[in-house]
Write a protein that binds this ligand. Sequence first.
Ligand SMILES: [Zn+2]
Length: 251
Amino acid sequence: MRSLIDSHVHMESFKDADSIIEQSKIAGIDAIICVGGTLESSVFTKNLAAKHHNYVYPALGVHPSEVLKEDIDASIKFLRGNLDGCVAVGEIGLDYAYSFAKPKDVRQKMRDIYKRFLGVASEFNLPVSVHSRSAYKDSLDLAVVAGVDGVFHWYDGPVHTLKEILDAGFYISATPSIEYSKGARAVMEETPIERILVETDSPVFLRNLDRKSTPVDVKLVVDALAELKEMEPGEVSSITARNTEKLFRIS
Ligand SMILES: [Zn+2]
C-alpha cells in the first residue's frame, strides 16, 4: 500500500531527474505521476518511467502554453503509439490567461486541440490531467462531452464551477498554493477529502519559500491540507494516495 504519492510532476525540468527520484524515495514518497508538457518531454517521461518502473508513472500530453508551438499531429501520433503503460493523458487543457490566448480564434484553436487530446484519452480509456486556468467552464464542458474521468490539476477557479466539476465526478488537486493562497484554501474547504489528490507540480517556484520545489515538498502540501481539514497528516497522505491509485488505475 502506497502511503504518499505526488500526483503531478514535470520531471524533465530537473537536470538530474534520477537523483531527485532517489531523494523522493528516501523522503518516503511512494510514487510520482510524471506528466508531459511537450512532445519532447512526453518522450522523456515515457523513458524515465521505463527506467523507474512502478515508481514513476507516466502521463503524455501537450500543455496549453505549448499547443501553438508544437506539431500536434506528431504529438497525437506519439501518444497513440506510446500510451500503453501510461496512466493518463496530460498535461492538457485550456488557459485563457496567457496574453497570446486573448484572440477568439486562438482560443478556438486551443479548444480544438484540447478536444483532440480528450478524444485520444477516451479512445484509450485513460483519465486526463487537466490545466484549466481562466478557462474553467470550457475545460469542464469539453471533458464531460468527451466522457473521460480525471483531475482538475491546480484548480483555482470559482467555487460554483468547482461544484460542477465535483458533481461530474472529477478529482481536484491540492498544491503548494494551499500555503499562500486564500482561494486555494477555499477550494480545498469545499472539496471532500475523497476527491482530493496532492501534488507539487514541481519544479514550480514556491513563492513562500523562495525556491523551486521537488516532489519531496508534497509533504508540505499534505501537512497544510491536514491542518485545514483537521485531520492527521498520515490519514491525509494515505487517503489521497488511495484516490490517486483509483483515478490512475494503479494497483
Ligand atoms: Zn503542471
